[in-house]
Structures are given as structure tokens and as C-alpha cells.
Design a protein around this ligand. Structure first.
Ligand code: F6R
Ligand code: MG
Ligand code: MG
Length: 459
């Protein structure tokens, strides 16, 4: 019933219940009447007949109500569904650890209003460490101002509550007070994807904390271009010809993109996306144009002009039926690969794939983590989620990553555990370095004064 309910608008759902209920009442009444007037063989036959015809009639009626549901009609003519994942760090508990439950509850309340106002169809709210994640489905297309305003207002209200409760770093990512039509460039990060729903539409949403958008370069490359990761690249004729990657230069003030085909331009693609702080995979398409992945590329520190937290990224990946299978998608996260971020956004560490339960950065504010939620998009609604990394199959990845955590931590402030200073332009390091800078001189510095040998000689 809940599936039915989710696929029917409220009014039609109630109309559907009323016809079923009325039909059943009439049949029961006829049966009762037959019993009162004496149960002759003839009565039983009449009642059985009536029951059968009534039931058939009412069932037909209710099916036609179901079929006439406007939402259903809408999807029969294949309206595009849009998934918008919009996130922001609006304050977190006990430092930069988790989003408190009462903030997430407030976010849910806002998004429920969004459904009532017909801005979105469905939503799911969660946290990736200290980031509040709004997963929304609607039919308004990407970059829609109503949807973005809903997310913006939600974040603003949550930040207000965070301030009232003196939650740490309240309103951290909200860089302006006024909304200008889209959250882009205003602090929050977003990934969006629109498509006509296939017969069945499985998707995975990945949300990371204490790292940057380039952290998804390696897994996305492996999923869509590496035959050692994705068996389908070799054996599924639907995507045997490969994928197209749209790469963004995130260091350019004005967004700048290039498209590369794989496998044809694989080495060129790798030449770019190996520089994870500069070139970020923004989208992936199948060769025929079918959208397969969308990744947030918002660079928070570029907007703020100073370090106010990493641009913890999100990614939407579509799976199966001519695209990589869910298992091939998840296989992309089995290296625990090194990413930039972690403590003060200034360190390199392995990306841990974790369940929602462990979506909290603790040790040295990390290690950087990624959660994965699996959904089915069904007639514009979200069915799910399944907590994709909540599986012992990822235990080894996590354990191996923790071996590297210990090893890296022993380097303390030394590179390459600490990022290169050019990657820390927007952190607090430059102000420390500038104090040292003025003390540099072109003269070689030698010892001053006369050195006396004060050691005791025992000859
Ligand atoms: C990294 C992050 C944390 C903070 C660190 C210092 O993205 O959020 O590692 O940088 O905890 O926090 P502040 O500067 O708020 O004292
Ligand atoms: Mg924070
Ligand atoms: Mg964060």
C-alpha cells in the first residue's frame, strides 16, 4: 500500500480507498441480506454472482482511478526527474564532527513543506560528518531557483537554530545573507542530474567529509574507464565503447570545462585528473549522451577568499541497465586512496568508505570519509536508502587505510602528509609564513660572536 500511496497523489489515493471500501460494503450487505432472508441454494448463487460482479466492477473502477492519477499519467509521458543533492556545513556538534539530530529534524520539516508546496516530490536528509545533506527529487530541472531557494532557506533556518544553541561554527558555509537564485557561488555545494526514468532506476549518492571534489576523480575514473574495476566495460555491449568525461578547471574563477572520451583519450584525461586540486570530473556521459554521473565542484575557499572549511563533495552515480552495476560502482572505492583535506584541510590521508553510523570524523579530524546511499528513483519518488558501505566486504579497505593513517600521522608536520604550501594558499599557513618571510636575507648567515671551548678536558 505504501508503494501505491507514494505513486498516487493524496486526493486520488483517498478516492481509491473510498471506492474499494464502498464496493466491499455493498458486497457484504448483499451477503448479510441473503443470510437474513434465508440461505436457500438460490440465495447463495445470487449472492455469489452479485459478489463476483460487484467485486469485478469495483476493482475495475479502482484500477481506472489508479490509471487516471495525474502523477502516473505524467510519468507515462516520461517527464524528466531531477535529483538535486545540495549540502552545507551550517554548524556541527563538539567541533567539526557531526550535524546534531535536531538540526536534521528541522531540515526535514522544511523539506516536507517543500513537498506540500509542490516544489519537490520527495527527499532524504542525512549528514556526512559535519555536512548537512539534502537529497531531493523533483521535476523542475537542474539549477531551478525554487528548489535552490528551498535548500537555501533550509540551511539558513538550520544555521539560525545552530547559532541559538551555540553549535560550533554555526552558519560556516553560508557566505551571504541574500539568496540570488542559485546556491552556486554562495557557499553550499551541489550536484544535480536529470533524466527520463528507465524501467528501473538505481542510483548511488556519495557524500564525503574532510576532503575536496577532486577526491572523486579516482573512483569515478575507475568506475567508468578502468576495465580492471568495471567488468561491464569489457563484456557489456551497451557501454563497451566507453564514456565521455567533462572535466572542470576549478582554479579558474570563471568555470571552464573540457570533454574527453575514454578509452580514446584516456592518457590525456589522466594527465589532467591526476591533479586533483585543479582538474575535477564534473560529469560522465555514455557515448550516446546518457547521463551517468554528476559531481559537485564548488570550491568554497575560492569563494570565501580564505580557509573556512573544505569543499566536502557529493556525487550522484546512476547504475545498471547499460551502465556500471552497483557492485562495479562500489568497487571504485576499494583502494582507500589518498586525498587532500583531513585536519585543517591541510593534510593527505586515505578516504575511508564508511556506513552512516561512522559518518563522523574523529581522529585528527578524520580520516576523510565517504558514505554511500543507494536509492531507486520510482515515478519521481525516492525508494530506499540502502547504506552501501555498511558491509564487512569493506572491512579490509578500512583496516588497510588505518595502517596508512598510522604511518602518515608519524610524519607530523612534514610533507607529503602535510600538503604542499601552494595547495594551502587559502588556509591559515600563509599568515604564519609571512612572518618568517620578512626575516629572510640574501646574505649567507654564519655564526656570530667568539666561541669559547667550555668542555672539560681530562688529559
Ligand atoms: C577541516 C575541518 C577541521 C578544522 C579544525 C580546526 O575541514 O573542518 O579539521 O579545520 O578542526 O577548526 P577551527 O578552525 O574551527 O578551530
Ligand atoms: Mg564544520
Ligand atoms: Mg565537512
Amino acid at each position: 500500500m505504501s508503494i501505491l500511496h507514494s505513486s498516487l497523489s493524496n486526493n486520488y489515493y483517498y478516492a481509491y480507498l473510498i471506492v474499494i471500501y464502498t464496493g466491499s460494503c455493498i458486497c457484504l450487505w448483499k451477503l448479510l441480506y441473503g443470510c437474513i432472508t434465508g440461505l436457500t441454494h438460490r440465495t447463495i448463487v445470487t449472492v455469489r454472482y452479485a459478489y463476483r460482479t460487484e467485486l469485478t466492477f469495483w476493482c475495475r473502477q479502482s484500477v481506472s482511478v489508479y490509471m487516471a492519477d495525474p502523477k502516473r499519467q505524467e510519468y507515462k509521458t516520461m517527464v524528466e526527474s531531477t535529483i538535486s543533492v545540495i549540502k552545507a556545513d551550517i554548524g556541527s556538534l563538539a567541533g567539526h564532527v557531526i550535524v546534531p539530530d535536531f538540526i536534521m529534524e528541522l531540515a526535514r520539516k522544511h523539506l516536507r513543506t517543500g513537498i506540500e508546496q509542490k516544489i519537490i516530490n520527495d527527499f532524504y536528509v542525512t549528514n556526512a560528518g559535519d555536512d548537512l545533506e539534502l537529497i531531493m527529487v523533483h521535476n523542475k530541472g537542474e539549477g531551478n531557483s525554487d528548489v535552490h531557494r528551498l535548500a537555501w532557506d533550509t540551511f539558513m533556518d538550520c544555521a539560525k537554530l545552530a547559532r541559538e544553541k551555540k553549535i560550533y561554527a554555526a552558519g560556516q558555509d553560508m557566505l551571504t545573507d541574500t539568496f540570488s537564485g542559485n546556491v552556486r557561488g554562495m557557499g553550499p555545494g551541489s550536484a544535480e542530474m536529470s533524466f527520463e526514468e528507465r524501467k528501473s532506476e538505481p542510483i548511488a549518492i556519495f557524500m564525503a567529509d574532510k576532503t575536496e571534489p577532486g577526491a572523486f576523480n579516482l573512483p569515478i575514473f575507475r568506475i567508468f574507464a578502468d576495465p580492471f574495476n568495471t567488468a561491464g566495460l569489457v563484456i557489456d555491449p551497451n557501454f563497451h565503447s566507453g564514456f565521455k568525461f567533462v572535466v572542470q578547471d576549478v582554479q579558474k574563477e570563471v568555470p571552464c570545462y573540457v570533454e574527453m572520451q575514454c578509452p580514446e583519450e584516456m592518457y590525456d584525461l589522466l594527465a589532467l585528473i591526476g591533479s586533483t586540486g585543479k582538474y575535477v570530473i564534473k560529469r560522465v556521459y555514455r557515448k550516446d549522451g546518457m547521463v551517468a554521473a554528476s559531481i559537485s565542484t564548488d570550491k568554497l575557499h575560492n569563494i570565501a577568499g580564505k580557509y573556512i572549511g573544505k569543499d566536502d563533495p557529493v556525487a550522484i552515480v546512476r547504475g545498471h541497465s547499460g551502465l556500471p552495476a552497483m557492485g562495479e560502482i562500489l568497487e571504485g572505492f576499494t583502494l582507500g586512496h589518498l586525498v587532500a583535506g583531513w585536519m585543517r584541510g591541510s593534510h593527505v590521508g586515505p578516504l575511508l568508505p564508511v556506513s552512516l553510523k561512522y559518518s563522523r570524523c574523529t581522529r585528527f579530524d578524520g580520516p576523510p570519509r565517504v558514505i554511500g546511499l543507494g536509492f531507486q528513483i520510482s515515478n519521481g519518488q525516492l525508494v530506499g536508502p540502502v547504506d552501501l558501505f555498511d558491509d564487512i566486504a569493506f572491512d579490509n579497505v578500512r583496516q588497510q587505510a588505518m595502517v596508512f593513517v598510522d604511518y602518515l600521522r608519524r610524519h607530523g608536520p612534514f610533507m607529503p602528509h602535510r600538503l604542499h604550501e601552494t595547495d594551502m594558499e587559502y588556509t591559515t599557513l600563509p599568515s604564519v609564513l609571512s612572518k618568517c618571510e620578512s626575516r629572510f636575507t640574501s646574505e649567507e648567515i654564519g655564526p656570530t660572536g667568539v666561541v669559547k671551548d667550555t668542555s672539560e678536558h681530562h688529559e
